[in-house]
Design a protein around this ligand. Structure first.
Ligand code: SAM
Ligand code: SF4
Length: 500
């Protein structure tokens, strides 16, 4: 392909979970030796990758709609290389080429490290090409710090791939393969590289981090956390996701013990009804889940607990749904991601006959979201008056300098240890406005609770939690996270695990 430029431009659409965000960064890294650099928009790109999700049908539809749009672009610019990656690529395989003949590369979920050789074949006129191989274990790839936006404070690190749990509704084991854990040494090298590139927080990713390393005889997940905790310059550690059936006492205790481990756990429950949990093959009961919650709160008072819930699973009655509402009232989650059940290919529940009508699913989702909104707001309100340690991410997008008409003072944004978003303003002292930078731990006095965030003022009193503007290693440049963060990788997501 001749572009008239030395480097070629790459644009990646990322649909779905953080694992896809991570994989997109690795795709960009894999293509760097071929001269690809991030494009600001797909319109300029020489190559576009659609990194897809198939956890729910909506995410899959979105992938095909994006591919449809790219067909028209390719008609105008035949030299454009179009690739499909991620779960839909793995699930549909070469069938994608029948539906979207303008696609040049179909990249399976375990083939990211072989992307460059596939693209070379397309460039040599030997496309379309595909790689759907799944059984070669985990490639020991490193992070791609150079593809993150400068000053990106928070980064993901995949510690394991695939899943062995086979929940009845879930496509993941079928499109991501068997569970495999990366060696701790590789993970630590990657975390250190990310910190050196400006990261202050890492989120360790796995479908069930509780079984990290067991199959391979590596260290346990709490041991891995302890080793990551020792990385100099790192301020915070998060992880997702933890399966309730495997939550260990060792992990519960890690929350009080490791100072960098944030007091927040995402513990997906999926339903409050034992009958439905059994049909879902979740292998725990409502009582076991509530017991886990009690143990977590005993061991780490104030820990934030968030969860996932599916409404309208095949066979769910109104009584089952009431049990879900009751569990939500009992637990008082800090946040909840609720989904309408959707049939997925190869997932056993797609064959279950007792489908719940879509209108009932909608009504249940609405009722659940309304209940949780009230609970989230109440929990946010309980923080008013407190001083929270906030890891600054950058300017609040809506109130960045020059963006606001009525108040010209910029607002900052960051997160509490419990993962709540805090927008805050800096007080004006005799020194003028003391602005923090992205990647600093600051103390913020919470003045107002909103439905989905908190509002506060930078607290510079000597009694504040930590000291204002405490450096954690070297300071990152000020940058706010955007959906398109300048990395040429567009992320469209709303959920810790699956944002399709
Ligand atoms: N491994 C994580 C766990 O065990 O909780 C979750 C991974 S899954 C990619 C993210 C969430 O998507 C699940 O927790 C579930 O709530 C939701 N989900 C998965 N399959 C679904 C389906 N067929 N219909 C609706 N929601 C689904
Ligand atoms: Fe695995 Fe999570 Fe899917 Fe269950 S819901 S099969 S644990 S990825």
């Amino acid at each position: 392909m001749s572009t008239g430029r030395q480097s070629k431009l790459l644009y990646i659409y990322t649909i779905g979970c953080q694992m896809n965000v991570y994989d997109s960064e690795h795709m960009a890294l894999a293509l760097a030796p071929l001269g690809y650099v991030p494009a600001l928009s797909p319109a300029d790109a020489d190559m576009v990758i659609v990194n897809t999700c198939s956890v729910r049908s909506k995410a899959e539809e979105k992938a095909f709609s994006l591919l449809g749009r790219l067909e028209a672009v390719k008609r105008r610019r035949p030299g454009l290389i179009v690739a499909v990656a991620g779960c839909v690529a793995q699930q549909e395989g070469v069938r994608i080429l029948e539906r979207a003949p303008h696609v040049d590369v179909v990249l399976g979920t375990r083939a990211v490290h072989r992307l460059a050789s596939l693209v070379r074949r397309v460039q040599a006129g030997r496309g379309p090409v595909w790689d759907l191989e799944m059984d070669d274990g985990v490639e020991d790839d490193e992070a791609a710090p150079e593809f993150a936006a400068p000053g990106t404070v928070s980064r993901f690190v995949t510690i394991m791939r695939g899943c062995d749990n086979f929940c009845a509704y879930c496509v993941v084991p079928h499109v991501r393969g068997r569970e495999t854990s990366r060696p701790p040494e590789a993970i630590l090298r990657e975390v250190e590289a990310l910190v050196a590139a400006g990261a202050r927080q890492v989120t360790l990713l796995g479908q069930n981090v509780n079984s990290y390393g067991i199959k391979e005889g590596l260290c346990s997940f709490p041991e891995l956390l302890a080793r990551v905790n020792a990385v100099q310059g790192l301020a915070r550690i998060r992880f997702t996701t933890s399966h309730p059936k495997d939550l260990t006492t060792e992990l519960i205790q890690a929350f009080g013990r490791l100072e960098k481990l944030c007091p927040h756990i995402h513990l997906p429950v999926q339903s409050g009804s034992n009958r439905i949990l059994e049909r879902m093959n979740r292998r725990y009961t409502r009582e076991h889940y509530l017991d886990n919650v009690a143990k977590l709160r005993n061991s780490c008072p104030g820990i934030a607990i968030t969860s996932d819930m599916i409404v309208g699973f095949a066979g769910e009655t109104q009584a089952d749904f009431e049990a879900t509402l009751d569990l939500v009232r009992q637990v008082q989650f800090d946040g909840l991601f609720a989904f309408m059940y959707s049939d997925r290919p190869k997932a056993p529940s797609s064959q279950f006959p007792e489908k719940v009508p879509v209108q009932d699913k909608r009504e249940r989702l609405q009722a659940l979201l309304e209940l949780q909104e009230k609970i989230t707001y109440t929990r946010n309100r309980a923080l008013v008056g407190s001083v929270q340690e906030v890891l600054t991410e950058g300017f609040n997008k809506k109130r960045a300098p020059g963006r606001s008409t009525e108040d010209t003072r910029p607002q900052w944004t960051g997160r509490t240890p419990g993962n709540k978003v805090v927008n805050f303003q800096c007080s004006v002292g005799p020194w003028g406005v003391r602005e923090p930078r992205a990647g600093q731990l600051v103390s913020v006095r919470i003045e107002k609770a909103l439905a989905h965030s908190l509002w506060g003022v930078l607290d510079e009193s000597p009694t504040a939690v930590g000291r204002p503007g405490r450096e954690v290693g070297h300071a990152a440049q000020s940058q706010h996270r955007r959906l398109d963060d300048g990395s040429g990788i567009q992320h469209a997501h709303h959920h810790p695990q699956d944002r399709g």
